[in-house]
Design a protein around this ligand. Structure first.
Ligand SMILES: [Zn+2]
Ligand SMILES: [Zn+2]
Length: 189
């Protein structure tokens, strides 16, 4: 069965080189839906707590929220970095607190200190799904991601290739040692 979570991400971007209005900088509230598949965890009678899926996803994806997403070859990138530097906000600001850990994948690099994500490909809804799967595939058994932004929507399905060990008392992922980080349950070996 599947557990499904949905949340919003607000971001600014543009399609550099695209022959249309989207070549201008603009913003969206994007809606991300993540579907996780596994057996039903008998102890709690659920696949996975949806708020936990959201927590795991948001921990990295919050770097996209209230952020600017630019392609690595976009000339706006050095221009924006220059202004941030001049303003003294390039390396962070006391009020910039909603930061996830910086990450670098093949498709995207997050600079949480200046709320910027630099992407290899244009950040379309399709591009965002590829980036998201790359960031989360080892943390969750994701079988489908849907991303909607303005008039654009895309979805992709992925193979169900792992079963996660979950706590029978609160449903969250057990550590590699078989311990629940929330309630302390220990898996009997
Ligand atoms: Zn757009
Ligand atoms: Zn537990």
């Amino acid at each position: 069965m599947r557990s499904i979570t949905t949340f919003d991400i607000q971001y600014a971007h543009r399609f550099y080189g695209f022959k249309g209005e989207a070549q201008y900088l603009h913003g969206h509230t994007g809606t991300m839906t993540i579907e996780v598949e596994d057996t039903v965890n008998q102890g709690v009678n659920m696949v996975f707590p949806c708020n936990e899926i959201k927590k795991i996803a948001w921990d990295v994806l919050k770097n996209f929220d209230h952020a600017l997403v630019l392609r690595e070859d976009d000339p706006l990138l050095p221009a924006v970095l220059g202004v941030y530097k001049e303003q003294g906000i390039l390396d962070g600001h006391p009020q910039n607190t909603m930061k996830g850990p910086a990450f670098k994948t093949e498709l995207a690099t997050a600079y949480p200190d200046c709320r910027l994500v630099v992407t290899k490909e244009t950040m379309t809804v399709e591009g965002m799904i590829k980036i998201t799967y790359g960031l989360l595939k080892d943390k969750l058994n994701i079988v489908k991601i849907t991303f909607t932004s303005g008039d654009n929507e895309a979805s992709a399905e992925f193979p169900s290739d792992k079963s996660m060990d979950r706590c029978p008392l609160c449903g969250i992922l057990l550590t590699e040692e078989g311990v629940c980080p929330k309630c302390g349950y220990r898996k009997k070996s």
